[in-house]
Design a protein around this ligand. Structure first.
Ligand SMILES: O=C(O)CCC(=O)C(=O)O
Length: 275
């Protein structure tokens, strides 16, 4: 199969986990009714407010309430679910983790955010994920019946080496659950998505929570899908909603043949190595 549809759920996130789970289920069912997608993508920390104090309180081990729900939904609806991210507890450590499920409900991948969002922008956003979270150590490329897909989380996108390594491992699509903010969102979100799609010649799918000005962290929103030519396939505004776009793998081949960037790398002169 060379074409498939991906829906992105841009949901508002509350401080009550059960409400978030109820909402995500309702929105996935709505996405099925409206678009019949083969894959559904959720945003970063979709079951938990994006705030350090909530991560330990909302954290669950795998398998747990949230991952069981996603696995059951994937099986029931016969779809792939790229499960945004949740605070995952493993022993004493908590990770910002994205779990992916295939249409049989089996777990396809577990990406623990590799680059922790520890930043302090003067007059703007300040956050220290490392106060509560540990960093993942592995690059995640999952195998689907359509193609290989790289999965990373939010700040991970700022590291071109990681994105390139996923493309070199065969990813034709990169999926990024994210939660940019009102400082770096307007400044960098659209440009980063476009340039990562262009330099790796992939479809780039970025899923954000909806903006909630009542919440302590104001997500930027603007979930979108950009194609390997840098064109926007579909885009949301800042409000809650669902978008859906088509991934055309023949188009990836075409762009990679006509503009053979990956082949033109001077690997006789430089090298990017995974450790
Ligand atoms: O890179 C950025 O500007 C935002 C990153 C972020 O919000 C995150 O990693 O959760």
């Amino acid at each position: 199969m060379i074409k498939f549809k991906v829906a992105v759920i841009q949901m508002q996130i509350s401080t009550i986990k059960s409400q978030n789970l109820k909402k995500v289920k309702e929105m996935i069912l709505r996405a099925m009714e409206e678009y019949s997608p083969q894959m559904v993508v959720l945003p970063e920390m979709f079951n938990c407010p994006y705030e350090n104090k909530y991560f330990p309180l909302f954290a669950e081990e795998y398998p747990g309430e949230t991952t069981n729900m996603l696995s059951n939904l994937a099986k029931e609806l016969q779809i792939y679910i790229i499960g945004g991210s949740i605070p995952e507890k493993d022993g004493e450590q908590i990770y910002n983790t994205s779990f992916s499920f295939n249409p049989t409900g089996a777990m396809l991948g577990r990406h623990r955010k590799m680059h922790l969002f520890d930043i302090n922008v003067e007059g703007g956003v300040s956050f220290r994920e490392s106060d509560t979270l540990g960093a993942g150590g592995s690059i995640t490329v999952i195998d689907t019946e359509y193609c290989k897909i790289g999965v990373a989380i939010c700040y991970d996108m700022r590291f071109p080496e990681l994105m390139r390594l996923m493309a070199l491992e065969g990813a034709e699509v990169i999926i990024l659950p994210a939660a940019f903010n009102m400082t770096t969102g307007p400044a960098h979100w659209h440009e980063l998505i476009k340039v990562r799609a262009l330099d790796n010649q992939v479809y780039f799918v970025a899923a954000s929570p909806a903006r909630d000005l009542e919440a302590s962290y104001h997500a930027y929103g603007h979930s979108k899908i950009v194609n390997p030519w840098g064109d926007t396939v579909v885009a949301a505004d800042e409000k809650e909603g669902i978008i859906c776009g088509e991934i055309d793998l023949e188009f990836v081949d075409k762009i990679r043949q006509q503009l053979p960037l990956l082949k033109h790398r001077r690997i006789d002169r430089y090298e990017l190595k995974k450790k």
